[in-house]
Design a protein around this ligand. Structure first.
Ligand SMILES: NC(=O)c1ccc[n+]([C@@H]2O[C@H](COP(=O)([O-])OP(=O)(O)OC[C@H]3O[C@@H](n4cnc5c(N)ncnc54)[C@H](OP(=O)(O)O)[C@@H]3O)[C@@H](O)[C@H]2O)c1
Length: 299
């Protein structure tokens, strides 16, 4: 008998990956906005298939419950609607865990949510095969922390649960820095690969190589003006290391372009552009890419 329940909201790639792991050490309810089969199959990075029955729920009509954590695993642009329907039904003091990329949902909901808000920055990789199957494409690391430095113990508790569930996790006291570092990687790789429909590794070749350099040169001063600690090896090395390590991958934004889904453009580019305006920094190339992506994203 499990002693605690985790509610996971947003039954896509990441939500199902987290649900199918957490279902071992805790009780899990997976909530979405359309019905999905309770039998869900996870294909591990080693190619093994594991099937579990999950408790599914409609996010607009949740069962009576008092979850220990609510994990929000929607895309950033869907988080507002999901959050609104959740807290019409559940105690507003329930700890909320935000798994989104970018840096838009995190400061906004950390400010608004009355309970503790933890942020997860993960390099796990997953994609949806169909309504009953998710593929764990590559193992990574998940960092957990809160922006206000008030919930170190809760972060450690959650990192311990994720770790026991088979998702390597660690509580950290610099989650904002980690979210910004990931945002920089996403802000360079995602727009360029989506705009030109190329795999990550093609960014190493002309004419894209100089575009990467130009974008990093535009972004680095924004982070410096925001007092975000740069990575030890510098911004250029950070971006090129990820391009190298993911050379065969299609970035998530490119996959969204190819399948006609909305892009996480605002959550990734807007925080940079807003900060640039605040510090009087010009961002012509970022702005150009943002306009291009706005045309590619269905409204
Ligand atoms: N996938 C990864 O490997 C990965 C890795 C690191 C970070 N992330 C980040 O994690 C977040 C989720 O990404 P993802 O790849 O899992 O996206 P995804 O596969 O598109 O999943 C999003 C899920 O949210 C659901 N949803 C949308 N609106 C909802 C609402 N109002 N209430 C409840 N559920 C709702 C969607 O349902 P419908 O099917 O009905 O639209 C979908 O099941 C993103 O911010 C992404 O950047 C993902």
């Amino acid at each position: 008998m499990h002693t605690e329940t985790h509610l996971i909201v947003g039954p896509g790639a990441l939500g199902r990956l987290v649900a199918l792991h957490l279902a071992e050490p805790v009780s899990v309810v997976l909530a979405g906005r359309r019905p999905l089969p309770a039998r869900q199959t996870l294909t591990t990075p080693e190619g093994e298939r594991r099937t579990h029955r999950l408790d599914m729920a409609d996010v607009r009509a949740l069962p009576a419950m008092a979850p220990s954590f609510i994990h929000l695993t929607t895309k950033a642009y869907a988080s507002e609607a999901a959050y609104a329907s959740l807290f019409e039904q559940l105690p507003a003091t329930t700890p909320l865990v935000l798994w989104q990329n970018g840096y838009q949902v995190q400061p906004e909901l950390s400010r608004r949510h009355p309970g503790p808000v933890l942020c997860a920055s993960t390099t796990e990789g997953a994609w949806v095969a169909n309504d009953g199957a998710v593929v764990h494409a590559g193992r990574g690391m998940t960092y957990i922390g809160d922006l206000a430095h008030r919930h170190a113990e809760l972060s450690q508790r959650l990192a311990g649960i994720l770790d026991r569930a088979g998702l390597a996790a660690r509580a950290v006291d610099d989650i904002a820095t980690r979210l910004w570092h990931k945002l920089v990687i996403n802000a360079v790789i995602n727009p360029l690969t989506a705009r030109f429909r190329i795999r990550n590794g093609q960014l190493r070749d002309p004419p894209f190589r100089s575009m990467v350099e130009r974008l990093v040169n535009e972004i680095a001063p924004i982070l410096s003006a925001e007092d975000i600690e740069p990575p030890d090896a510098g911004w250029h090395a950070l971006v090129w290391r990820v391009v190298e390590g993911t050379a065969h991958n299609r970035a998530s934004m490119l996959q969204d372009v190819l399948t006609g889904r909305p892009l996480e453009r605002e959550a990734i580019l807007q925080p940079l552009m807003v900060a640039a305006v605040r510090h009087g920094l010009a961002t012509p190339f970022l702005a150009e890419l943002d306009r291009d992506l706005a045309r590619l994203s269905p409204s």
